[in-house]
Design a protein around this ligand. Structure first.
Ligand code: TYD
Length: 408
């Protein structure tokens, strides 16, 4: 297997088995034509990029029925508001002349803060349905995948950008060479390319293998981000760890030599050395930890079933698709999964076909246990769900280890 970035030989790490598209919540009449692929990871010893072996065609993942809307979490909405303020303060000298481009702008959750202040902006979003929601909020959005071609079309129509940003998007894009070339052509000389994604250091430390699914073709580290973008003249000058998505990293890049490289880069690179993110052994240990986690979760659910307990799932996240299919957990173990996204409700989970029910179903019900699939939103959810625990309900988590939370 060859690396997508540097074309060198890689080492295969995880084999999670046959996997459906993580966000393809489906109706019963589509079960027969459901798409599956082999979910496997590999590590490139040369450029240190941790990546999927096979990724389904992007058209199968991002389309007019894309089920992920960024606006479903209050904490995430707050996170994007703070992000917009921070970018504006740091990188916009004159709001009248500024131009901000966001890649994978989803429902406009971040750009709306620029739109409201009358700052020129453009979202680039391949999924028509979420782009429609953004436009309704006054966020200018172009329905497209970003790459060299889209960049030159934007350049022609709008000119160069001060900020090109992305959140939970770069790790989705297999052809990063095209993105890098597009960014370099679109960015002003003193412009900034800033993006954040789930961080490899957190995935390894927490055994959060559920970050691995079709959309996440890469799980980045600083080591890999430098190797990926430097050949195109983009220099990493600052990084900031984020608590979102169970542990993310924000990467700040500029055109080579345009800014002073901050200490944060050196410090985080040292942490990566300590974590062994440059070493294939670390990934072999990670594979064993995933297997152990799977066995423990399956055993716990079997024990609860044998004891006659009712178990449901909380939040039909993309991440849950990897957990459920890798562990082989179906509706015999988890009765249903409640979710607040209307598009998912009344459908079934990809692959294991557990029914997805509206959130109200969970609040009116008294299950004994709820598996917290949105573990990354634990704080927000525990605050909201005091009633569940008051009624005697218990949470099951599997990150960083499989555990019943007696008290939250
Ligand atoms: P997230 O962890 O952001 O998802 P993903 O793994 O897909 O990136 O969670 C988003 C999903 O969780 C979305 O389907 C809505 C659902 N959700 C709830 O149902 N209730 C909640 O309180 C929260 C925070 C999310």
């Amino acid at each position: 297997m060859f690396c997508r970035i540097c074309n060198n030989q890689t080492q295969v790490i995880n084999s999670f088995g046959r996997m459906p598209i993580a966000n393809n919540f489906l109706k019963q009449d589509s079960f027969k034509e459901e798409y599956f692929f082999d979910l496997e990871t590999m590590f490139c010893i040369s450029c240190k990029t941790f990546q999927l072996v096979e990724q389904p065609d992007p058209q199968l993942m991002f389309h007019e029925n894309y089920a992920f809307f960024s606006g479903t979490s209050k904490k995430m909405a707050e996170h994007f508001k703070i992000m917009a303020e921070s970018y504006r303060q740091q990188f916009i000298a004159d709001p009248q002349k500024a131009f901000v481009v966001e890649l994978g702008s989803n429902d406009g959750i971040m750009l709306k803060h620029f739109a409201r202040d009358g700052i020129k902006h453009l979202g680039v979003e391949p999924s028509e349905n979420v782009a429609h929601v953004a436009r309704e909020q006054g966020v200018a959005t172009k329905v497209a995948f970003f790459g060299e071609q889209t960049a030159s079309a934007i350049l022609e129509e709008h000119g160069q950008a001060d900020i090109i940003c992305a959140a939970n998007v770069m790790c989705h894009i297999p052809d990063l060479a095209s993105v890098a070339k597009g960014v370099v052509s679109l960015l002003k000389n003193d412009g900034v390319f800033v993006f954040e994604d789930p961080y490899l250091g957190d995935v390894i430390q927490k055994t959060s293998y559920d970050q691995i699914y079709d959309e996440h073709v890469y799980i980045f580290s600083l080591l890999s981000v430098q190797q990926i973008f430097e050949p195109y003249g983009l220099e990493l000058f600052h990084v900031e760890p984020q608590i979102t998505h169970g542990g993310s990293m924000r990467y700040y890049l500029c055109l080579q030599g345009q800014r002073v490289v901050q200490d944060s880069v050196k410090k985080q690179l040292e942490i990566e050395k300590t974590l062994g993110l440059d070493n294939v052994e670390t990934f072999i240990n990670f594979r064993d930890a995933c297997e152990k986690s799977r066995q423990e979760l399956v055993t716990l659910l079997k024990e609860l079933k044998a004891a006659g307990k009712r178990v449901v799932g909380y939040a039909a996240t993309s991440k849950s698709t990897t957990i459920l299919n890798y562990c082989g957990i179906g509706k015999e173990s988890i009765e249903y999964i409640s979710d607040t996204t209307p598009l998912k409700q009344g459908k079934f989970s990809p692959g294991m076909h557990i029914p997805i029910k509206p959130y109200q179903e969970f609040t009116n019900d008294t299950p004994d246990y709820a598996v917290l699939f949105a573990w990354n939103h634990a704080q927000e959810i525990f605050e909201k769900e005091e009633n569940f625990t008051k009624k005697g309900g218990k949470w099951i988590t599997f990150i960083p280890e499989v555990k019943v939370l007696e008290q939250v």
